[in-house]
Write a protein that binds this ligand. Structure first.
Ligand code: NDP
Length: 331
């Protein structure tokens, strides 16, 4: 094992402002958790972009190793649940917020945070999915649990479609037999989204305009990673008895909408949270991904980039310059 290794650490850049930079760490620097994992891959989610650039206060204590996701191999374990050689992944659980995260060659983690790598995926593919893809699966699970599946014939809207959550949501919903309509602000991604299973498109700008409290009923359901006016419009255009799974705020954290869709159409707003989701929900989401995420579609969604590229990638995801997903090789 290397004496020291590289990690991307958020520190106080002055005046309490957080900012990420590469540093050398040793095993002795790591937290005293029970399972030591050698990290092979991590990824860049929107939240990682906020953390690494310092544009969002994600880290709640400093210094903090960033990275909300990791995939790797157990090296040492004081837990009977895990043994050296086990391949594992972690999504969330406070990584990069209150717990040191995946942007380090080695990390010590609590046994209950680890998910066994599904047989269907390599470590690289698990990070191509990452928190964004696992959250997309949680959204589809939430819609189906609500009963959107019964809205046969209705279209399902995916907002922020060419982003990480959006891309995986499009692929999963299309595989589930839904007619998927993708909302994107990047018309150049239409061919890519068609390849993932989108059948029609809505311009992002159309959903950013203020609409009526009750719009024309169009969607059986929706997966929204944008928030703000887009979420309000998705709700107002959802058909009687439908639901919107809301997981993101890439556009806005506001909800400038009306009560009418709830009380006149029985529309549901389903909040989706991934970082602290209980084990059963995680396992169900990963089982859906293993079953329904076509490998060729997954391949089309991501590229692998070196560890050194992380600061640039963090800025890129906030500037909407990333299509689909990015895997980071942790070296
Ligand atoms: P991405 O940046 O990959 O995707 C976001 C997409 O939203 C973009 O690709 C873009 O889609 C669209 N978008 C970006 N900016 C705007 C804007 N100003 N107005 C309208 N649309 C915009 O991010 P992720 O997929 O990683 O995350 C998406 C959101 O979901 C984030 O807010 C993230 O924090 C949240 N999230 C929440 C989780 C939870 O547990 N609740 C877990 C994972 C993510 P296009 O170019 O196609 O228009």
């Amino acid at each position: 094992m290397a004496d020291s290794f590289k990690a991307l650490v958020i520190e106080d850049a002055g005046g309490g402002k957080p900012k990420g930079a590469f540093k050398q760490l040793t095993l002795a620097d790591l937290p005293d958790n029970d399972v030591l994992v050698e990290v092979a891959f991590s990824t860049v989610n929107y939240k990682d972009g906020l953390a690494v650039t310092g544009k969002g206060r994600i880290a709640r204590k400093l210094p903090m190793v960033a990275g909300i996701d990791l995939a790797g191999t157990v090296v040492e374990s004081r837990s009977p649940e895990w043994k050296p050689g086990d391949q594992v992944l972690v999504n969330g659980w406070g990584l990069s917020e209150t717990q040191w995260g995946g942007y380090a060659r080695f990390q010590r983690l609590k046994p209950e945070w680890l998910t066994r790598l599904p047989n269907a995926f390599s470590l690289e593919e698990a990070m191509a999915i990452g928190t964004a893809g696992y959250t997309a699966a949680l959204c589809v699970d939430a819609l189906e649990a609500w009963g959107v599946v019964q809205q046969a014939g209705r279209e399902v809207l995916v907002t922020g479609a060419s982003g990480g959550v959006g891309s995986v949501a499009v692929a999963l919903l299309a595989k589930g037999g839904y007619r998927v309509v993708a909302s994107t602000g990047r018309p150049e991604t239409h061919d890519y989204l068609r390849g993932l299973g989108a059948q029609d498109f809505v311009d992002r700008a159309a959903l950013l305009e203020k609409g009526p409290p009750l719009g024309k009923e169009r969607w059986g359901g929706a997966v929204d990673s944008v928030g703000g006016q887009t979420l309000a419009n998705a709700l107002s255009q959802t058909a009687y008895g439908g639901a919107v799974a809301a997981c993101g705020l890439a556009g806005s954290a506001d909800l400038p909408g009306s009560m009418l869709p709830f009380i006149l159409r029985g529309v549901a707003l389903l909040g989706v949270e991934s970082a602290n989701a209980p084990r059963a929900k995680r396992d169900a989401a990963w089982a859906r991904l293993a079953r329904d995420l076509d490998r060729d579609k997954l391949k089309a969604m991501y590229e692998v980039r070196p560890f050194d590229a992380l600061p640039g990638l963090a800025a890129d995801i906030l500037a909407n310059r990333i299509r689909g997903r990015v895997v980071v090789r942790v070296e």
